[in-house]
Design a protein around this ligand. Structure first.
Ligand SMILES: N[C@@H](CCC(=O)N[C@@H](CS)C(=O)NCC(=O)O)C(=O)O
Length: 202
């Protein structure tokens, strides 16, 4: 199978951590959907990365569906619980990670526009609130526990890793560590994990 993506994308990192955790053989192709001649739109009509292309040519997107596919077709370690309630809870963490990452992507892309073309201060404030409120809920729900959900590493932990990692990468001025020491402690521990260390955005 082939994964199309770029190292800067938090959603691609999500999938790469899952591939590493589950040791699934694959080819990682660094390609953005809007690059001239990109093959991404041919596999994902939305032109977005990540997109996973199976050996027979079947394409899977977006990152949530890819992760569910990878977890379903391979064995241990299971990253999404099979049982209904735990499954919903882990997927809620994923939604939170995605939402924080989406708001961070939106802010950092907007910063690249010339000052006079940028959106209003109210728009920036709305995006920033998504990040701040999202982090506060992550911190509260994690508390002093070792893992975001249950007693073992899961997609909930991965969601927190790519959301916080992308924040550091794209908006380093957001000082979340001081406000959320539990998240800081968690991030420090996760940074030592192979799958997280190998996919870190620099
Ligand atoms: N919900 C999608 C989001 C993917 C996404 O927004 N990818 C960005 C890169 S971070 C992209 O390809 N953007 C190009 C575009 O929107 O045209 C997922 O989880 O895969």
């Amino acid at each position: 199978m082939r994964l199309f993506g770029t190292p800067g994308s938090p959603f691609v990192r999500k999938v790469r951590i899952v591939l590493e955790e589950k040791r699934i053989p694959h080819e990682y192709i660094v390609e953005h959907g809007s690059a001239p001649g990109s093959r991404v739109p041919q596999f994902n009509p939305l032109g977005k990365i990540p997109v996973l292309v199976l050996d027979g040519g079947r394409a899977i997107y977006d990152s949530s569906v890819i992760v569910e596919y990878l977890d379903g077709v391979s064995g241990e370690p299971r990253l999404i619980p099979a049982e209904f309630e735990p499954r919903i809870e882990v997927k809620r963490w994923e939604a939170l990670g995605d939402g924080i990452a989406e708001a961070t992507v939106a802010i950092s892309h907007e910063y690249r526009e010339p000052k006079d073309k940028q959106r209003s201060a109210a728009w920036f404030e709305r995006q920033r609130l998504k990040v701040d409120r999202g982090l506060a809920v992550m911190a509260k729900d994690l508390g002093a526990r070792e893992f975001c959900f249950g007693e073992r590493f899961s997609l909930a932990d991965i969601a927190t890793v790519y959301a916080l990692g992308y924040l550091d990468y794209a908006l380093p001025e957001v000082e979340w560590r001081g406000a959320h020491p539990d998240l800081a402690r968690f991030a420090e521990r996760m940074a030592k994990r192979d799958s997280c260390a190998r996919t870190v955005q620099t």
